[in-house]
Design a protein around this ligand. Structure first.
Ligand code: HEC
Ligand code: HEC
Ligand code: HEC
Ligand code: HEC
Ligand code: HEC
Length: 395
């Protein structure tokens, strides 16, 4: 019995999110600039750097919406979402007693309130999120993600791709997930996004078609000859290294969408048939609920637009009263309309018989009309149509 209790304790010790406090000299990216400024600059433009309520309107509005709809305090929701969005937070769960204090407004000096407002987490997914990871427990069940799937190294030890790196500022440790198998690192968070009830609504890991294709090649860069640190450690010069840029460009960068799908059009049986082919190892849209691909068709006759059609490929989420809601507070959803990984999707639009041509545009939006309305998102980026394809057909 004692042995069993000991084993149980050991397992819970190893596998529940354990907070390791990061000392101030490593906490934020400004501390790395003196020697890694090129990588810090890349990262600053990324949406990893904006994974914090104050820096992402959509995230902030979602936190507030979830709190309102689930009758949980805003801070409790912040702590829950921090699992992936702010995994260096110093509090990892909230209690029923905390909820009562929050309702009564007695939580101002609580640990929870201090943790969610601490400036050390305001950089979102920063250097010490990825580079202070010791182990990734990918043998755990799918629900354990973000901070619940990793154990941290001691403060001041950086895991990286090189086994011969030495730095005067911090210790270094080489890890496979920084080198041979980096998808494992990305899947710590880019998998199993779930509703507050625990139902999965997106799982990029499950849909992923070819694990030999590395996320880092497309979302960081191919390896290039430069240096990891600007410090002159190699006979008065920075040491030459094969490195990757740290831009993590993705869905919020319009230029990334150009030709992300191969689009072909033909006329068949009274329909305009549009085929979207996806060569990527993950679906499109993917990643987050309520993303959208929009097809706009303008029928033309003698170069004049005579009619328009629009098709939206997106997912709609419903609450228990069958009313539209966001993914996190949903009970059911419409069918998955995404273009499958390494697959294709065909859309048929009724042909306008009086037209003799059509302009076809395929674009992407970060949020569909429904959710943008529910959350009252104001910034232009949420309604911007990022162009994937534009072409014309004659018939
Ligand atoms: C989302 C995870 C992630 C974040 C955030 C991140 N890195 Fe990295 N970093 C990586 C990966 C993965 C590699 C390994 C790339 C390879 O060699 O394949 C890497 C490599 C490096 C290297 C070795 C040189 C190179 O580019 O390969 C340095 C130095 C580094 N990162 C510093 C930083 C600093 C400083 C920050 C904060 C501004 C940062 N990283 C943020 C994932 C991350
Ligand atoms: C005073 C300079 C200096 C500062 C400040 C500094 N580093 Fe480094 N770092 C280095 C040097 C030097 C190397 C080794 C470079 C090499 O061998 O090519 C290095 C290597 C690394 C590596 C690669 C380790 C490996 O084994 O592959 C990572 C990751 C890293 N640093 C992260 C950080 C982070 C994060 C910060 C800020 C919290 C930081 N560094 C601050 C000098 C610095
Ligand atoms: C600790 C959790 C975590 C890890 C590890 C992580 N990500 Fe992310 N990633 C996020 C979150 C959260 C967002 C959304 C941030 C936001 O939009 O506010 C995101 C966003 C992104 C985006 C979208 C950017 C955009 O502009 O739309 C890309 C691309 C991305 N991550 C790639 C990667 C890659 C590649 C890796 C592995 C090297 C990785 N991530 C590792 C949590 C993580
Ligand atoms: C062969 C290149 C390639 C690989 C490999 C790849 N991606 Fe992508 N990914 C893209 C392109 C292109 C897009 C669409 C434009 C954009 O958002 O960057 C995209 C989109 C995304 C998005 C936004 C999805 C959406 O619909 O909103 C996320 C998040 C993402 N990728 C993460 C990852 C992660 C994590 C991995 C590895 C597990 C990965 N990608 C592997 C090329 C790639
Ligand atoms: C399992 C890890 C995980 C958890 C837990 C999680 N997220 Fe995310 N979230 C992600 C990742 C990864 C992305 C980026 C996907 C992409 O760009 O398509 C993301 C993206 C988002 C976005 C889109 C941001 C943008 O700029 O487009 C919103 C909004 C969001 N999450 C809200 C939440 C809320 C609210 C919670 C808590 C109820 C939460 N998330 C919990 C992993 C997670």
């Amino acid at each position: 019995m004692r042995v069993l209790i000991f084993v149980a304790l050991l397992i819970s010790f190893v596998y529940s999110a354990e907070v390791v406090k990061v000392e101030e000299k490593y906490q934020d990216s400004t501390k790395c600039q003196a020697c890694h400024n090129h990588l810090v600059k890349d990262w600053q433009h990324s949406w990893h750097a904006r994974s914090y309520e104050k820096n992402d309107e959509y995230f902030r509005a979602s936190l507030e919406y979830v709190s309102k709809k689930s009758h949980k305090s805003l801070n409790a929701v912040k702590v829950e979402c921090a699992t992936c969005h702010n995994p260096r937070i110093s509090v990892t769960s909230t209690s029923k007693a905390y909820e009562i204090d929050a309702v009564l407004g007695l939580d101002k000096n609580s640990k929870v309130n201090k943790a969610v407002n601490d400036t050390s987490i305001s950089e979102g997914i920063n250097c010490v999120v990825c580079h202070n990871i010791d182990k990734i427990h990918d043998n755990l069940d799918a629900s354990k993600r973000g901070m619940d799937r990793v154990t941290w190294l001691k403060s001041g030890v950086m895991s990286g791709p090189f086994d011969d790196a030495t730095s005067p500022y911090h210790k270094t440790e080489a890890r496979d997930f920084m080198d041979k198998n980096p998808n494992k690192l990305c899947f710590v968070c880019h998998a199993n996004d779930h509703t507050i009830k625990g139902d999965m609504f997106i799982n990029m890991e499950a849909e992923y078609k070819d694990n030999t294709q590395k996320c880092v090649v497309c979302h960081m860069s191919t390896k290039k000859e430069l240096y990891a640190a600007t410090l002159r450690i190699d006979h008065g010069k920075p040491k030459a290294r094969q490195i990757r840029e740290h831009g993590f460009s993705g869905a919020h960068t319009a230029s990334m969408w150009k030709d992300a799908l191969h689009v072909s059009t033909k006329v068949e049986g009274g329909d305009l048939v549009i085929t979207l082919k996806n060569d990527l190892p993950h679906n499109l849209p993917s990643g987050f609920g309520s993303r959208e691909i929009v097809l706009d068709v303008e029928y033309t006759s003698a170069a004049k637009v005579v009619s328009k059609e629009s098709v939206s490929l997106t997912r709609h989420y419903l609450n228990k009263y069958k009313k539209p809601t966001i993914a996190h507070t949903s009970e059911t959803s419409s069918a998955d309309e995404s273009v499958p990984a390494k697959g294709e999707k065909t859309i048929r639009v009724k042909l306008n018989k009086s037209a003799n041509g059509a302009n076809v545009a395929v674009s992407y939006r970060l949020v569909n009309d429904e959710v943008r309305g529910l959350l009252e998102l104001k910034e232009p980026i949420w309604s911007q149509k990022m162009v994937i394809f534009k072409g014309a057909v004659k018939f």
